[in-house]
Design a protein around this ligand. Structure first.
Ligand SMILES: [Mn+2]
Length: 326
């Protein structure tokens, strides 16, 4: 653990009164749980605290304590003179999105993260690449500050643990992570609620469009490429939004023998393409070539064309590239 920067952060906290806590845009359970937990810790230490995120809190996380305190960056009640601004789980300043202006106005900035690629864009940068989640780094801070974890903070931190281990499935689910999880449960973390609300429960409309997309899966290249779609008609019929289709691309990859997945969703003026791979086939290259981006195993593109046109472009491109790789 980087104890020197931890001590510098503690002395910055002790000599300040007014803090702003931020998560990255399109927040997930780690960034959100971490920022809400540190917000409460700072309040317990006597700070006045504001919370801001570039995007609204996703529905699935609204059960978490203190989400009602989160404001959008253009909220008039936010200030211009914070002593400290905290960024949680955010690898680059750009990922703060519209909250970057607020961040840059703070007297001192503190960056807490566990991504090894973090760009260290703050006054104080505390990056712990071995931490399971950014929430675990926050719990180390709480321990050093001798703060007993309340039920609320434990629930928030447990959410960061479940998010970043994909519910104890990824390789970062080590003994240390499980010991930390046990501590959080001892502190009252509502672990069954977190699993049910954030990972299991979905709106009925999401289940319906999920069923439609899964039912329409087609296979190419002897079953190694799977693709499916949702058109505007099906989306509208079920009053579904983009958030309701989040699980589809990953779920397709569960089919045995499938190595590449393609999910197409038709929106008002564009078609959103999600690409997945579970082999060395790099889908981010295709995404970048067509104006999108992402990672080797998960990438996306928004194309301003109707579904029927995008379908032909993408299927041809993926099959062509896939054949080259064999
Ligand atoms: Mn994380």
């Amino acid at each position: 653990m980087n104890t020197q920067v931890l001590q510098e952060i503690i002395s910055a906290i002790k000599s300040s009164k007014k803090s702003l806590v931020l998560s990255h845009q399109n927040p997930d359970g780690d960034t959100l749980g971490s920022m809400l937990a540190i917000g409460k810790i700072l309040k317990d230490l006597g700070h006045s605290v504001d919370h801001a995120i570039s995007d609204p809190v996703p529905e699935i996380y609204k059960f978490l304590p203190f989400t009602d305190l989160v404001k959008l960056p253009d909220d008039k009640s936010l200030q211009n003179d914070y002593d400290l601004a905290f960024s949680l789980d955010c690898g680059s300043v750009k990922r703060l999105g519209k909250a970057q202006t607020l961040w840059s106005k703070a007297k001192k900035t503190i960056n807490i993260d566990h991504h090894i690629s973090n760009e260290k864009f703050a006054t104080l940068n505390w990056i712990e690449a071995d931490a399971t989640s950014t929430g675990q780094v926050v719990s180390w801070l709480a321990k050093e500050l001798k703060i007993n974890l309340s039920k609320e903070i434990a629930t928030l931190l447990y959410t960061t643990l479940l998010t970043d281990t994909a519910c104890f499935a990824h390789t970062n689910t080590n003994a240390e992570a499980l010991r930390w999880g046990a501590e959080l449960i001892e502190s009252g973390a509502e672990y069954t609620t977190v699993y049910r609300k954030a990972f299991l429960e979905r709106p009925f409309k999401a289940i319906k469009v999920f069923g439609s997309a899964i039912n329409d899966i087609k296979l190419l290249e002897s079953g190694e490429i799977a693709w499916t779609f949702l058109n505007q008609e099906t989306m509208k019929l079920n009053s579904a939004t983009g958030e309701d289709t989040d699980d589809i691309a990953d779920h397709m990859m569960r089919a045995k023998g499938v190595k590449v997945g393609i999910f197409l969703r038709e929106d008002q003026n564009e078609t959103k393409v999600s690409l997945r791979s579970n082999t060395d086939f790099d889908v981010s290259k295709i995404a970048m070539e067509l104006g999108g981006g992402g990672h080797k195993r998960a990438a996306g593109i928004n194309i301003k064309k109707p579904l029927s046109e995008v379908r032909d472009i993408i299927l041809n491109k993926v099959v062509e590239e896939y054949r080259k790789g064999i």
